[in-house]
Design a protein around this ligand. Structure first.
Ligand SMILES: C[S@@+](CC[C@H](N)C(=O)[O-])C[C@H]1O[C@@H](n2cnc3c(N)ncnc32)[C@H](O)[C@@H]1O
Length: 413
């Protein structure tokens, strides 16, 4: 089975938080049913009839015992559920990998509190260092991302998925922000307002073979958006864990923010996306700056540097260490600390190409840390950069610009 990143946040449109005191959403919780009868699931899966578009039914599966009783529910096809069950089992037996890694435990780094004009937000409980893990949690609900069920049908199954969760997880789900005041679609409303997107399904070597699922992690859902976020998230596919880490130091009581959409996109693109998908207008400093052209002037400068650097092995290229260092500086000035890995990689290559082992190692090390932050420790590029760090003089880029001149030989990239 496969579970991968690409997480995207969904947001409530009305910027209003609807806290519900009454957590009874109208369905009886089947606490009395024997768990063993439907092992590995705690309840008999409840299914739709066959959905023509996917030639399968969709069913609700719940494991109430997952991760010391945090529990997890998934609304998906029987085929995907089977692979998912294998992943859940691998995380719990023979011993719990999640416990060993401190997943689903409070890090002591955060608290939630109302934030002006943003509803509830997450704030730093202590000074947080760059790279520190802020949250690391498994989802409580995953739901096949579909448009073919009626709202009423979808609601019926999502409510069941939520109701079957253990009390604390059910309650934290139901306290999350909503998109509308329509309580008849409460469960799906919360799902679309607060979910990240993950892809599940058989791994057939292609991302298209996997199916997007809305994924709700109630703790992480309290983080608001910023276009210069001080934290970044990735999904660890082997532990099913959504991990949020600091990309720069965050002083005690400062708000912890993540980006719901790429902060490297032009301002108008970001605003349209946040407004369409998340129904709010971003007022972060990068969004408030100047007219549209001014707002994106730095992004345009960064794009030119990227283009120059990406063609560095072309014999006519004048790309240099200076271009890479300038690109790094611009990222930092824009607050794009979490998105520095390509710039660090170029810097490592530029130093290597002119025969500076020290420069190559310095930036290969920074690139490795930045890739791990943005993409996680399983990112496919990491081994190559670790090789460069260990053996800069053996790297294919080493001294290809002997004497600091143009490229002499370049075999790839
Ligand atoms: C996933 S929730 C984040 C936590 C939320 N503030 C809450 O009270 O639960 C997304 C909601 O937070 C608000 N929000 C997030 N980022 C924001 C921002 N930069 N400016 C204004 N509102 C924001 C939006 O109203 C959105 O509906």
């Amino acid at each position: 089975a496969h579970f991968e990143g690409d997480a995207i946040h969904r947001i409530s449109p009305d910027q209003q938080l609807h806290l519900r005191g009454n957590l009874d959403i109208g369905l009886a919780s089947n606490d009395t049913i024997s768990p063993s009868a439907f092992a590995p699931w705690s309840y008999e899966p409840a299914c739709t009839s066959k959905v023509g578009q996917i030639d399968s039914e969709l069913c609700v599966y719940t494991d109430r015992h997952f991760s010391n009783g945090r529990g997890i529910s998934i609304f998906t096809t029987p085929e995907i559920a089977e692979g998912f069950a294998t992943v859940l089992a691998s995380l719990q037996h023979p011993s719990s990998v999640l416990d060993t890694l401190g997943i689903n435990s409070f890090t002591g780094a955060w608290y939630t509190h109302p934030v002006p004009r943003k509803g509830i937000g997450m704030l730093a409980k202590r000074d947080i260092q760059s790279g520190d893990t802020i949250t690391a949690y498994t989802p409580v609900l995953l739901a096949y991302k579909e448009r073919f069920l009626s709202k009423a049908q979808r609601e019926k199954f999502l409510r069941l998925a939520v109701t079957q969760l253990p009390g604390p997880s059910r309650e934290s789900y139901l306290k999350l922000a909503t998109l509308s005041n329509d309580s008849s679609i409460l469960a799906q409303d919360i799902a679309s307002a607060n979910s990240f997107e993950t892809r599940l399904g058989e791994q057939k070597g292609a991302a298209e073979a996997t199916v997007p699922h809305l994924t709700i992690i109630p703790e992480s859902s309290r983080m608001n958006h910023d276009c210069a976020p001080n934290a970044i998230f990735h999904v660890n596919s082997s532990t099913l864990t959504h991990v949020v880490r600091a990309v720069r130091p965050i002083p005690k009581d400062q708000e912890i923010t993540i980006a719901y959409t790429s902060p490297l996109d032009p301002r108008a693109t970001r605003q349209k996306y946040l407004s369409d998908a998340f129904h709010f207008t971003c007022t972060c400093p990068r969004c408030l700056r100047g007219a549209d052209a001014d707002a994106d002037a730095v992004l345009a400068e960064m794009a030119v540097l990227q283009r120059t650097l990406s063609a560095w092995s072309d014999p006519s290229s004048d790309a240099s260490v200076k271009h890479a260092e300038h690109l790094i500086r611009l990222h930092r000035e824009e607050g794009l600390d979490g998105y520095l890995d390509p710039a660090y990689c170029y810097a490592a290559l530029m130093y290597s190409a002119v025969g500076s082992a020290r420069g190559a190692r310095k930036y290969a090390e920074l690139a490795i840390k930045a890739i791990e932050l943005r993409l996680g420790a399983g990112a496919p590029d990491l081994p190559a950069w670790r090789d460069m760090l260990d053996n800069p003089t053996k790297h294919w880029s080493w001294m290809v610009r002997k004497g600091g001149g143009k490229v002499v030989t370049a075999t790839n990239e």
